[in-house]
Every structure is written in C-alpha cells, then in structure tokens.
Design a protein around this ligand. Sequence first.
Ligand code: AMP
Length: 572
Amino acid sequence: MIIGIDLGTTNSLVAVWKEGAPVLIPNALGVVLTPSCVGFSDSGELLIGQAAKDRLQTHPKQTIANFKRYMGSARECELGKRKFRPEEVSSFVLRSLKADAEAFLGETVQDAIISVPAYFSDAQRKATRAAGQLAGLRVERLVNEPTAAALAYGVRDAGSERKFLVFDLGGGTFDVSVLEIFEGVMEVRASAGDNFLGGEDFLDILVEDILASCQSELCNNDLSPGDRQRLREAAEKMKRTLSAAPLAELSLRLRGKNISYSLNEDRYIELCDPLLQRLRIPVERALRDARIRASDLYEIVLAGGATRMPIVRKLVTRMFGRFPVTTLNPDEVVALGVAVQAGLAMDDVALDEIVMTDVCPYTLGINTSQQLSGPGGAFVDGFYLPIIERNTVVPASRSKDVYTVRDGQPKLGIDVYQGEARLVKENIPLGKFVIDMPPGMPAGGAGANVRFTYDVNGLLEVEATVHGTNIKGSIVIEEHSGVLSNDEIRERLDALASLKLHPREDVRNAALMARGNRLFEEALGPARMQISRALAQFESILGRQEPHEIATAREQFQSWLDSFESSPLIDA
Ligand code: AMP
C-alpha cells in the first residue's frame, strides 16, 4: 500500500486510495489534521501534533513549528539541548503519520508519496525526500501540491474538457497552477509561486500591529518566548474570527498588563495590502505562461487553509470576476489528491483513464560569460544561460553547448542556477562542478555539452560531456549545504532510531495534559486553581494505570476543558 502525505507548514495529513476513492486517515486523537509541531515530552519521547502545539506556549524551548520554511537550508532547529536539521524534524511528523496509517490500515507501510509546494526548489525537494527516508519511508514520488489539489477535483469529472486554475495558499507557501483537462488527460500548463508567502505572514503582520499599538503597555515589546507564543495564538484566533465575523477583539494579559486590541476587515486589508499585492504576481505569470486568459478559465479552485480568509477570497473574486470553487475542504484537498496519485502509482483500475502531466515551474540554467562587442572585446562573467525553461513539461531533458573563453583554458566550471533573472547572482545557486578541458586548445576551441534532466519528482541531474571525448562530469547537488548526502542520511537514520515516538495509545492523554497546562498559563486567579486541581486529578488517575478508569476520566476532563476554553474567563 502506498500512502499519500500532505506535509504542510501548519498541518499535515495522511490519506490512502481505497476502494476507488481517496480516504483521509485520522490520527490518534481521531482527527485528520495533525499540526506540524514537534517537541519532546518530559520523559524524553517525541510528541507530535496537537500535544506539541499546546506545548509551544508552555515549553517553547522544547517545541518547534513552522520548520517547513527551513527545508533545503542548513539552518538548525533547536529542541531542548539537541539540534536537528529541518528534514529531521519533518521526519518526526512523517513517522507519526506513518504510525497513524499503519494503525488505520492494520498493516506495515513502507511506501509514500509526499506533496511539496510546486515552487519548492531542488534543495527543498531533496530535503523532503530525505525526511521521508529518515522516517523509514520509501518515497515513491513527490507531487506538486496544486497538482494534487487539481487531481482531487479532476478525478471526479475527468471526462469533461475544461481549463482551471488552482490557487493554493498554505501556512508558508503560495502556488498557482493552470491546468487543462481533456478526455482524462490532466495537463498542468503552467505553475508559479512564492515559497515564502503564506497564512503565517498574514499572522506576522497582525502580531506586529498588536505589538505596535500596545507599545506603551508593553515597554519596548521584549516578550519572553512563551509570551510571544501566547500572543501569536491569540492573534491566530483573531485571524480565524475575522474569517467568520466582521470584527475581532483581543484582550490578553501580558507581562502583568492588560492588552486590548480590535481589528475589522477594512483595517486588516490595509495592513495586508503588500501581501495581497504579492499574491497577484504568480497568478498573472501562470496565466501568461499558459497563454490562457482569465475569462477562459472554467473554475478557480482554492486549496490551503489560508484561502479561508475572506480578504483572500475577495481578492480572488475581484481578480477573476467570479467566485472560487470550494466544494472540497481547502485543508484536505491536497491530501485527497496525493491519495489519488497513490492510486495512480498502484495502477488502480478505477483510475485507468486518468493521465496527469506536470511542469517544471522555474527556469534552470548555468552561469556563462559574454563577450563585450568590438574586436578583442573582454569576456564578462555572470550571465544566465537558461537550459530548461520554466513550465516545460516533465520529465524533460535539454542540453546546450558551452565553450572555453581563453587559450589553453584547463578547466570549465559549470555553475547551476534556478530562477528567471538575467544575472546569475540574482538567481538561486543549486550546485557546481568543474570538468577538465583538453590541453593546448585555443579560446572557443574546446567545450562541453551540458545536459539537464529534470524528473517527474522535480529533481534535477546535470551532466557535462567534453566535446569529442567521452569525458563526463556530473553534478553532485547533494553537496549543497541544504541537502544531506545519502551517506549522511544513513548516518542520521541510526542516530534518530534511538528517539522514540510517544506511545500512540497514550497520545490522547499527553495531548490533554499539554492543553491543560497551556490553559493554566493562560488563565489567572481562581480559574487557574480550578485547572490546577483538574490537572492534578487527571494526572493521579493516569498514575494508577487502570485503562478503564483512565478512559472515563479522559472523557470527563476533555469536556471540562472544552467548556472551560469556550468560557470568557481565560483572558480575564
Ligand atoms: P495549511 O498549511 O494548508 O494547513 O494552511 C494553514 C494556514 O491556514 C495557517 O496559516 C492558518 O492560519 C490558516 N487558516 C486555517 N484556517 C483558517 C481560517 N478559518 N481563517 C484564517 N486562516 C486560516
């Protein structure tokens, strides 16, 4: 069985293709959204999901969120005294989703398809694949998130003929894809995006505005990590309130001061205007590249939790002159589509008629020199030579010839970049290698054929062959500091094996304790004492290790916390 995983910035989901349809798999808490949060429990086990999310506030140094933003970089994530790479932290989430899938399916799971933002770079894709390997999964394929969302919609009506656009705004990334369906063939015509734009940026703006407007109460804003997290959570609630009501209010006690703040939609639009303008750019580029007019689109499909924001939906409606489609839940649509992709990979008969083609969303090329005009003009380095142009259908293989620029030049350096700018310094470096040139050749007399091969997973291989010989050089993009080599993955796999997930049967208890502790920190006065007593009571029942008694106490504690959390006492 191949499982499909949507590894999101904020939430992750796992799904399978079962009996001719995609099915979302619940986690140990019985819900399909697992917060992409990781932490260590007090006993040193890994806590994933809601329990870790609740501990972000109470144990900020032992807990982490938003690490998808660092994938493909060498940035270290600190968890207590230990440091991990972003792909290692992601692998913990994947391990937990794998365990959920195994519990649901009643069998061991080894193969997975994982979705990535279409605009993820080579290093970010390799980091995602490494995260899968570190979680003990064979990553059968990476699939672009908007392509998966399109599959979820398209599979229901594959016989029709239409063009549509997927607008996918997640927690940390934004992707746009324009697709065409024709007789079961679903073709991505163009993708564009922004890897650093998502719902979290809309939250950052809100947090900054709250801090700015409460500056006098907060004396220079120096909040502890726990207080900052508390403010972030309160701001996240406001952001969600604004998705359902015209006004959101916040009252919070921070550093011994009462903070109040309110926000209506007009002001939020004003604050977020720079972000809203950034959303337009990839939409325009994707339509232009696909050579499709907005009026030719049959539907605009929304994916990603941040498309729930009315300010985003209004922008989409204004841009296209019509309402977007939301028949599938935007939080779930990518995972459903990855499960369809898993069904395709397993050659399920129900999907016999469906073929999906995708594109490489950005241009890939190398550094070259250009000769200034005039006789004997000097060579100037640093110009971009595109080899695979953006929105080429994948898999793709393209090559270009490059030549020496000096007499007797002993080596040719091949520097690989991704991006659209004319000068390489404005593009993203992916890696480099050097090949030897035959000796004694005049300038331009020796050269190499540089071939780029980009596969369906969006992974790139580069090979250069010296003209007139069989001498080849190929890039080891793994040498990029943001990418682990296979040896490093093997080494780390052993080290990570010693870290154990919090026992699955106990996750609900751990999540309730984490939630109770968070509420204790949020509350004040008598309310606090009530929580403290309830926590102590539940903890003592856990200590007695009587499964029946624990189950009953858990139900009671949970409904008590539900009613407590919905009462206005918390922020008093
Ligand atoms: P995803 O990565 O697709 O799970 O998207 C998560 C993002 O969606 C986060 O930034 C959330 O704050 C945002 N989000 C989810 N639900 C809502 C909502 N009801 N209103 C506003 N933003 C939301």
